[in-house]
Write a protein that binds this ligand. Structure first.
Ligand code: 5CA
Ligand code: ZN
Length: 407
């Protein structure tokens, strides 16, 4: 599918700092070690409702990963999917009387516009699952040939007993796994399954549901396998970062990692499994199914998208936090201060600020620390002035390149 247009990224002088990032599988912050081309896959939206602040928070976190890598001189090969056929999308289309294809297309287009407004660098490949059903089916056939799948009334399941690394991404207990599996699209109680945690790879055609012809017969892919197939086809195994929100740790990334392992023999399938915290509203996780949503598209009708970006950057990406409108007012005030300071003809030297922002971001994307550093420079510039005519242009370049905030 078409991706969205890329913002310009100014080049910065001086030395970058290599990124240290939290890896959920390791349970700690580790040094990232990409080759000349850093490879990242981030799970995309299920397009049945507009982009909310929670989604934006997740895509922003990985936008920051890409920005720090680019600053360090890496090419960034970034791939993202869109789950453009899945149960919740079909249900919403049915309820609202629109074709599921039209619903998906409309929401994906709105998502692109939201991402552009927030200056999120687009993926190189933006792949709708409906575009690659044949490739997903081929991967399932490969897994079947390895003997890790079984058939249940025409549906195909991955047998968790044949997943020796299962549990190593999340580190969750079996009890918690079964609970989350049921909550997040799994079917632990389906009669005939060998193990409650066996997961669906291929769903045979059902009356009234979309389906595709494939080597497995007519049907459609299960959820987790789509991301494994798209990551494998575009990035190859052993890619640097698999990303999403913490609600994707289990079962989605756990199952995907075992699929990738079974298909390629490589472990880990991704070097880092990295997850952004959940954004809540009124005490509950923002979610399409609950409907407690703050849409990016609504906010940007009344507010500068750069202020929306600053609301998100004010929280560390791994934090769970609750949105309240005061945060937007605070971000607008911050943006106005930064713009005033960055408009000065002369200001305090900005080289040390660049070094500090780089250091903060390299430390597991400490965006609150980076924002505090820019605040301190801006306050000094506005209260004490300074003599350096190159300072304000450098600050505009560094907030743009490293934070994605155009002043
Ligand atoms: N299509 C699948 C991934 S393959 C999916 O989870 N789609 S989604 O639309 O439900 O979510 C898209 C991304 O936003 C996921 O990475 C998810 O973890 C993240 N996300 C969803 N809700 C929130 C929230 N309230 N706060 C932060 N991130 C969220
Ligand atoms: Zn995914």
């Amino acid at each position: 599918m078409r991706s969205w247009s890329a913002p310009a990224i100014p080049a910065l002088p001086g030395e970058s700092v290599p990124l240290r990032l939290y890896d959920t599988a390791a349970g700690k912050v580790r040094q990232s070690d990409p080759g000349p081309t850093a490879r990242m896959y981030v799970c995309g939206i299920t397009p049945y409702d507009a982009t909310h602040l929670g989604h934006a928070n997740t895509y922003l976190a990985f936008d920051m990963v890409g920005r720090v890598w680019r600053d360090a001189g890496h090419e960034v090969h970034y791939t993202q999917n869109a789950t453009d056929v899945d149960d919740p999308l079909l249900e919403r289309a049915e309820q609202t009387g629109v074709r599921w294809q039209d619903l998906a297309e409309r929401e994906i287009e709105l998502f692109r516009t939201d991402m552009e407004a927030l200056r999120i660098v687009p993926p190189r490949e933006y792949v709708g699952v409906t575009e690659v059903v044949g490739r997903v089916a081929e991967l399932i056939a490969r897994l079947a040939a390895k003997g890790v799948t079984y058939d249940l009334d025409g549906d195909v399941y991955f047998s968790v007993a044949d997943a020796p690394k299962f549990g190593q991404v999340s580190g969750y207990s079996e009890e918690l796994m079964v609970e989350l599996f049921a909550e997040r699209g799994g079917d632990p109680d389906r009669p005939g399954k060998r193990h409650p945690l066996d997961w669906l790879l291929w769903r045979a055609e059902r009356p009234g549901e979309p389906s595709w012809e494939s080597a497995l017969g007519r049907g459609r892919p299960g959820w987790h396998i789509e991301c494994t197939a798209i990551a494998l086809d575009n990035l190859g195994p052993g890619y640097d970062v698999a990303g999403g929100g913490t609600d994707l740790i289990f079962p989605h990334h756990e199952c995907g990692a075992s699929e990738g392992h079974a298909a390629t023999g490589e472990w880990p399938f991704a070097k880092f499994y990295t997850h952004a915290g959940m954004v809540a509203l009124d005490g509950e996780k923002m979610s399409k199914s609950k409907g407690n949503l703050v849409f990016v598209s609504k906010l940007r009708g009344r507010h500068d998208p750069m202020a929306i970006r600053l609301v998100l950057l004010a929280h560390h990406y791994r934090e769970d936090w609750e949105y309240v409108p005061d945060q937007l007012a605070a971000a607008e005030a911050r943006l106005a201060t930064w713009r005033s300071a960055a408009g000065l003809a002369t200001a305090p030297e900005a080289g040390p600020l660049l070094a500090e922002v780089r250091e903060r971001l390299a430390d597991d994307l400490d965006t609150p620390g980076a924002l505090a550093a820019v605040d301190a420079w801006a306050e000094r510039a506005l209260s004490e002035g300074g003599a350096d005519p190159a300072a304000a242009p450098l600050v505009r370049d560094l907030t743009d390149a490293l934070l994605g905030v155009a002043l």
